[in-house]
Design a protein. Structure first.
Length: 227
């Protein structure tokens, strides 16, 4: 297939509804969602995608019941261990996008370890958007520029102090579960992204669904304001 997007960002939504439809707990829904991520990491690399961003936990998700937040952090911690073990074999590089504050110490330690351990890998780059908010990202960038003494800023200045300045803007943003909104995701970087919304719930987003999305993307004409 030609015209493969270099960077695809995923708003992995619908774990709760997937679980509710099966009479399962929300926790079971998140576990099933993590399973879908595992498969995606394999399939995205095989499809020729170079970067994937996974929206795993938003700034706003702290508002959820304490028990669910705890379940999500525990699941995250286990998923990081697994990524740590498999990254040698699949040559994946790991990055994080988001704030460090409020994240459990054990999660931060694992993140730092995996980023360092995979820095030299040149396969798929997996960016985990964790404790992430796009408005926060822009505000943090502006504060960094103020701290650097800037009196006047350009677009390039702002882009250079976002959480991962070396990562190219997403070519394609996919949101599952039928919601058609960004929910505070990549507001700056999405300026010219293509969007793909599907009613499929995240745990059901398999390789066939990824291929469907890539096919739709391949048929899009990106003009960037030109003719
Ligand atoms: C996405 O699934 C996972 C996170 C936001 C952490 P949800 O938990 O939002 O599932 P729904 O939207 O309630 O179905
Ligand atoms: C967006 O999903 C955040 C993640 C997928 C991590 P939400 O379920 O939190 O979004 P809203 O609340 O429906 O907008
Ligand atoms: Mg949701």
């Amino acid at each position: 297939m030609k015209n493969i997007p270099m960077h695809v960002a995923f708003i992995m939504d619908g774990n709760g509804r997937w679980a509710a439809a099966r009479g399962k707990t929300r926790r079971a829904g998140h576990e099933a969602g993590a399973e879908a991520v595992r498969a995606l990491i394999k399939n995205a690399g095989a499809a020729g995608i170079k970067f994937i961003t996974l929206y795993a936990f938003s700034n706003e998700n702290w508002q959820r019941p304490e028990a669910e937040v705890k379940d999500l952090m525990n699941l995250l911690s286990r998923s990081l261990d697994e990524f740590d073990k498999t990254s040698k074999d699949n040559n994946a590089r790991f990055l994080v996008s988001g704030r460090r504050d409020r994240l459990p110490e054990k999660v931060l330690k694992k993140i730092d370890k995996i980023i360092a351990a995979t820095a030299g890998n040149n396969g798929l780059t997996v960016i985990l958007a964790l404790n992430y908010g796009a408005r926060q990202e822009v505000a943090d960038a502006v504060n960094a520029l103020i701290a650097a003494g800037k009196k006047n800023v350009t677009e390039t200045d702002i882009a250079a102090v976002l959480y991962n300045p070396s990562v190219p803007d997403p070519d394609l943003i996919i949101r599952t579960s039928g919601e058609c909104r960004l929910s505070n995701f990549l507001l700056w970087q999405a300026a010219y992204s293509e969007f793909y919304f599907t009613p499929v719930l995240w745990p059901d987003f398999d390789n066939a669904e990824l291929e469907k999305a890539l096919e739709v993307y391949a048929g899009r004409k990106r003009r960037f304001g030109n003719v």
